[in-house]
Write a protein that binds this ligand. Structure first.
Ligand SMILES: C[S@@+](CC[C@H](N)C(=O)[O-])C[C@H]1O[C@@H](n2cnc3c(N)ncnc32)[C@H](O)[C@@H]1O
Length: 242
């Protein structure tokens, strides 16, 4: 198992922090990711259901596949109406041609891309779509830029996602970036950092040092008040199954 694959399994250890510190997705992103006349959708690598929440709110029939028991149990507790099952992007366990759309929030980079693309093409109905999204802190705002520098120092460098390579089963790959703001409590900014996979994987002492620096930065630079508006950029991709 290489380093990235090992990190993919760290989230189950930080379910509470993930729930507290990570943003969901704005309507503009979800509108763009879903095809017209979509009724059945699969949220792949669904975690605790940050993206699932927006699908449920639209009245869609939602399936979720998530390998971490701890993440999936939280999703099930929050959204019992969702058909949430253990599985992976490479092997969902779902029947052929069962959904109009597959969406993936913050997770495509953890998958074996070629195997996941084949599996998504299999579960999509002809002409169905795959939508991918990654939220990134908008570092053009000075305090956010400095927060991101702290995080990147722990990660060993920036980690922007490359364009997905979906192979011959997909066509019409498109990309947009959506700018938006997530309001969260001041104290949950620590969880935003603590729920990153490479932060979870740090030795305890290094993690505590990093989180101490985050606390100092929040104290010194984040505008006062119990709530903070955190600027995000959502990088979105979509493609159609041939
Ligand atoms: C950063 S979390 C994103 C969770 C959720 N989609 C969201 O938007 O918050 C990444 C998720 O991908 C899951 N994951 C990792 N490897 C996977 C794989 N091969 N197949 C499916 N899910 C996987 C992890 O367990 C974790 O829940």
């Amino acid at each position: 198992m290489d380093r990235d694959r090992a990190l993919a399994t760290t989230f189950g250890a930080v379910v509470g922090e993930y729930e507290q510190g990570r943003p969901g997705y704005p309507d503009a992103v979800v509108d763009w990711l879903l095809p017209p006349a979509c009724t059945q959708v699969l949220d792949l690598g669904a975690g605790t259901g940050k993206l699932t929440a927006s699908l449920v709110a639209r009245g869609l029939a939602v399936r979720a596949v998530e390998p971490s028991d701890a993440m999936r149990e939280r999703l099930h507790a929050l959204f019992p109406q969702v058909d949430a099952r253990a599985g992976t992007a490479e092997q969902t366990g779902l029947p052929d041609a069962c959904v109009d759309a597959v969406v993936v929030g913050q997770a495509w980079h953890w998958f074996d891309e070629a195997a996941a693309a084949r599996e998504v093409a299999r579960v999509l109905r002809p002409g169905g779509t795959l939508g991918l999204v990654w939220n990134r802190l908008d570092r053009s705002v000075p305090w956010v830029g400095r927060l991101q520098e702290l995080v990147e120092a722990a990660a060993g460098g920036p980690s922007d996602e490359p364009a997905p390579r979906l192979g011959a089963a997909f066509e019409d790959l498109e990309q947009v970036t959506v700018t938006w703001t997530h309001r969260q409590s001041r104290e949950s900014l620590r969880s935003t950092v603590a729920s990153r996979s490479y932060v979870v994987a740090l030795p305890d002492a290094e993690r505590e040092t990093l989180l101490g620096r985050v606390d100092e930065l929040v104290e010194r630079e984040v505008p006062p008040g119990p709530q903070v508006d955190v600027p995000y950029l959502s990088g979105c991709w979509r493609a159609r199954a041939r």
